[in-house]
Design a protein around this ligand. Structure first.
Ligand code: HAM
Length: 415
């Protein structure tokens, strides 16, 4: 009987080529761009004390209440696989004493874990690239990171990503708004889904972004945070819009963006895919969290950041280059030339060329090798005894059939 085969756990997946190559491209472009904007990399652990997330993301949020992978370790401490990166980053920022210096910009990447219902673009293990700017109070940095994301999408040839912004107010004006919202929602409980009925008292803002049709209808005329902003929040939001115009970054104001994490203050934003992602259409999302550093035991340090979902972004990228065009050369050799061919193969790779040749021990005819070459690379390097005795190698262009002789040292880029 065949041995048992295993499959990945539901909601967890393998990222295979060519998708993994699209990911590499995203990561390379993002790193370069983030660094142009002054962000430096932090590598954060995947496990944290559960309390870190409860305190920062908020006990009544879906993430903390329903979606965390939490367990007791061997000493009985409650640990969780991180559902996001901001809480960990702020923890690391304080732990390393970075709050003692001036403003800092940091980025991170890696897997996050949420026990959500898997569907297109939504997984239980997913990857984020995130940036956080700490110590900047004004709206210029808010606009800067939104402009940076737009540049990233341009570099990656991702089209149709629309920026939506909102302001959620601050600790001064939010409580007043919350009261107005609760007053509006009370009495409408029977028109809401079971989750939203609970949210009315616990986390009323979340009712505004519930996907259920009946909740949307019930909340259609709900008061908006934008109408209850204090003077400082209003001028921050206006400043943000002025800078977005200056940076030529198109946006729409969407008063329904509330975000699913409690730490947000003032700016909240999302980049949404206009098509290609279905219901899970947020490619990147973030906002300001001016009270979080303090809530986690630090001084008053404002913060703003975002995270983008790699799976979702990869789905929007142009189709990856087919495997055929992945190589620079394919080496074809006569039986006696196997050893020199292997040496040339290594030397070319050492120079950063992408090269393959037929590697198995059983000889293969030149014709059969040329077939492999035609599939794999635009040019074949043919290593034959007669030419090689004169230190020459033949290059054949696969598309046109054109051949030319070049010296071995030229191929190897030798002086
Ligand atoms: P978030 O909106 O929870 O924010 O997630 C950010 C992005 O991660 C989403 O827009 C989406 O692209 C991706 N994402 C989230 N959940 C999943 C999932 N289950 N499967 C696939 N992709 C997913 C945060 O995590 C905040 N920490 C962002 C932030 C940083 N705010 C300030 N700084």
């Amino acid at each position: 009987m065949a041995a048992k085969r295993y499959t990945a756990v539901k909601g967890f997946r393998d990222v295979l080529p060519p998708e993994s190559e699209a990911w590499q491209r995203i990561e390379e472009e993002a790193r370069e761009l983030f660094q142009c904007f002054g962000f430096r990399e932090v590598r954060l652990p995947v496990l944290e004390a559960t309390e870190l997330f409860t305190r920062s993301i908020g006990e009544s949020t879906d993430i903390v209440a329903k979606e965390m992978y939490s367990f007791a370790d061997r000493k009985g401490r409650s640990l969780s696989l991180r559902p996001e990166g901001t809480a960990s980053l702020v923890r690391a920022f304080l732990e390393a004493g970075l709050d003692q210096g001036g403003p800092v910009k940091l980025f991170y990447s890696g897997p996050m874990f949420r026990y959500e219902r898997p569907q297109k673009g939504r997984f239980r293990q997913f990857y984020q690239l995130g940036c956080e700017a700490l110590g900047y109070a004004g709206p210029a940095v808010d606009a800067e990171i939104m402009a940076m994301l737009r540049l990233l999408f341009e570099k990656l040839e991702v089209k149709g990503a629309a920026l939506e912004i909102n302001s959620l107010g601050c600790r001064e004006c939010r409580p007043g708004y919350r009261e107005k919202l609760v007053a509006f929602l009370r009495g409408k409980e029977n028109q809401l889904c079971a989750d939203c009925r609970r949210r009315v008292e616990e986390n009323p803002l979340r009712v505004l972004d519930c996907k259920e049709e009946k909740c949307r209808a019930a909340a259609a005329a709900a008061p908006q945070a934008l109408d209850s902003l204090c003077q400082a929040c209003r001028s921050h939001f206006q400043g943000l819009q002025n800078y977005l115009k200056l940076f030529e970054t198109p946006y729409r104001v969407n008063p329904r963006i509330v975000r699913g994490l409690d730490y947000y203050t003032r700016t909240a934003f999302e980049y949404l895919a206009e098509d290609g992602l279905g219901a899970q259409n947020a490619i990147a999302a973030g906002g300001r969290y001016d009270g979080l550093v303090k809530d986690l035991g630090g001084p008053e340090v404002p913060g703003i950041g975002f995270a983008l979902g790699l799976e979702r972004l990869a789905l929007l990228m142009p189709k990856p280059v087919e495997a055929e065009a992945r190589l620079d050369y394919f080496i074809v050799y006569t039986e006696k030339m196997r050893e020199p061919a292997l040496k040339i193969l290594l030397a070319l790779r050492q120079q950063g060329k992408r090269v393959e040749m037929y590697l198995e021990e059983e000889p293969k005819s030149l014709k059969a090798q040329m077939k492999l070459a035609a599939k794999a690379a635009p040019e074949a390097l043919i290593i034959g005894e007669e030419e090689f005795s004169r230190k020459m190698v033949k290059i054949k262009e696969m598309l046109t059939g054109e051949e030319k002789l070049v010296t071995e040292s030229k191929i190897l880029n030798l002086p």
